[in-house]
Write a protein that binds this ligand. Structure first.
Ligand SMILES: Cc1cc2nc3c(=O)[nH]c(=O)nc-3n(C[C@H](O)[C@H](O)[C@H](O)COP(=O)(O)OP(=O)(O)OC[C@H]3O[C@@H](n4cnc5c(N)ncnc54)[C@H](O)[C@@H]3O)c2cc1C
Length: 413
């Protein structure tokens, strides 16, 4: 686990992702004296950015703080596939929570990506693209299991078409037993997206400070946050958006941290190296693989997750072996692609047993809210967190918010 006091952004990711250039950095101020505000958002990655943008749009007086550069934590390592399909298949989620609840969670996720698209249409961050997704058979999941998942999704009112072997081969050129192709997803440059959101929040009156929160104390009508330099921010509400670096009181058995690796190829030159519409690719396999394209025709492919590795040095040592493994998988997935790695990187990666995040009020700490627990749907769920917490701050609560509650019981199959 990452210690909240000592972990720096470079512990969360290694290597070099392709996102690290061409952005407009949000303006940070020094925190020079203690302050009071309506909402303090701690952490200015994509989660804090979405939170600050939404809350300032609602007319709230927002202070956003980060102890390092905004967006350069896990956000900069993301492959930024903005999918509504959850890491946990609908059939598995149904096994945990029953069909109605599982179907509702999937529909909320679909709405979240739709909301992200609407926001992107307004803010126009460079690199944001609407995409279809292609969910391929893989591992133990063959055509029969994928078809059953498709039938369940149809019953839940979710969009998508089942493709048999020949149709998949003809339309996308992938040699897999079957797939589900679904509309409604997107991809992005995560750093540009985070910075566009923060710049929008700043234009709406939010202020970004360079500051490190060291302790949180709830009192009658707010939370007192002490910074590492002794200054204090007294806020009516505090939202924790510190990514995989959680304060000790947030540690829960529901959430575990693992590691993931990704590569980006040079721009592909053969037309058959890329696939139709640059759909987001992921597979129904325990041995997870995902792939997307970029606007300059690179292929990004990731996966090779290791549940037991969180140490940054151990992650770095494995970089060459993971690169080679991902290149081999790319060659199998797309034989016409030039399988070279122009970029290779890795990052800490959150996981929960049910694939769902941890969103809501921190138990026993009134006015302190948290937005954590993000795996492969991290950015989708960050958006959802901003909407749920926006409502909670206004004193509203709907029963489905409890599906993501921090103190929800662990799923039972
Ligand atoms: C290789 C990889 C691939 C991924 N692919 C995808 C994908 O395709 N789609 C997807 O949706 N998600 C994906 N994810 C997950 C996604 O990247 C994360 O969910 C997301 O970036 C988390 O953002 P965040 O803002 O919560 O955390 P971060 O980006 O880490 O931001 C947290 C911020 O909090 C700051 N901070 C921490 N503690 C303090 C403190 N005490 N005081 C002040 N500031 C503090 C840090 O400096 C940091 O800037 C991927 C992750 C990895 C590693």
């Amino acid at each position: 686990m990452f210690h909240p006091d000592t972990t720096v952004q470079s512990d969360l990711r290694g290597g070099c992702p392709p996102w690290l250039s061409g952005f407009k950095r949000p303006v940070r101020r020094e925190l020079e004296h203690s302050l009071a505000c309506d909402v303090l958002v701690v952490g200015a990655g994509i989660t804090g950015a979405l939170m600050a943008e939404h809350l300032s749009r609602l007319g709230r007086e927002v202070i956003l703080i980060d102890r390092e550069r905004a967006g350069f934590g896990s956000t900069a390592a993301s492959t930024a596939m903005l999918q509504w399909e959850i890491d946990c298949p609908l059939s598995e989620l149904t096994g945990y929570y029953g069909f109605e609840r599982a179907a509702n969670i999937y529909r909320r996720s679909l709405q979240a990506v739709s909301g992200l698209k609407t926001l992107a249409e307004e803010l126009q961050p460079s690199g944001f693209r609407q995409r279809r997704s292609l969910y391929l058979t893989g591992g133990d999941t063959g055509a029969a299991e994928l078809h059953a998942e498709h039938v369940l999704r149809e019953r839940a009112g979710l969009p998508g078409v089942y493709l048999d072997y020949l149709t998949l081969k003809r339309e996308f050129g992938f040699d897999r037993e079957a797939a589900i192709v679904s509309p409604g997803s997107a991809d992005a440059d995560p750093l540009l997206l985070a910075h566009a959101l923060i710049n929008s929040a700043l234009a709406q009156g939010a202020v970004l400070y360079d500051a490190e929160a060291a302790s949180y104390a709830s009192f009658g009508h707010g939370v007192l946050v002490r910074m590492d330099n002794g200054l204090e921010v007294q806020a009516k509400h505090v939202v924790l958006a510190t990514g995989y670096v959680m304060p000790e009181f947030m540690k829960t058995d529901l959430h575990k941290t693992a590691s993931s690796w990704a590569i980006a190829t040079p721009p592909q030159t053969r037309p058959d190296a890329l696939w139709r519409d640059g759909a987001l690719i992921w597979e129904a396999s325990e041995d997870y693989l995902y792939a997307r394209t970029t606007a300059d025709n690179r292929i990004i492919i990731g996966g090779e997750d290791e549940d037991d590795i969180v140490d940054p040095d151990e992650r770095d040592v494995l970089m060459p072996a993971k690169r080679d493994a991902l290149l081999r998988k790319l060659k199998l997935l797309r034989p016409a692609a030039a399988a070279d790695a122009a970029f290779i990187w890795s990052g800490a990666f959150g996981q929960t047993d049910d694939g769902l995040p941890l969103i809501g009020e921190v138990p026993d700490q009134p006015n302190l809210f948290a937005a954590y627990g993000y795996g492969g749907n991290g950015i989708t769920f960050s958006y959802l967190a901003s909407r749920i917490i926006g409502e909670m701050l206004a004193g509203r609560h709907e029963p489905w918010y409890d599906d993501f509650a921090i103190d929800r019981p662990p799923p039972v199959a």
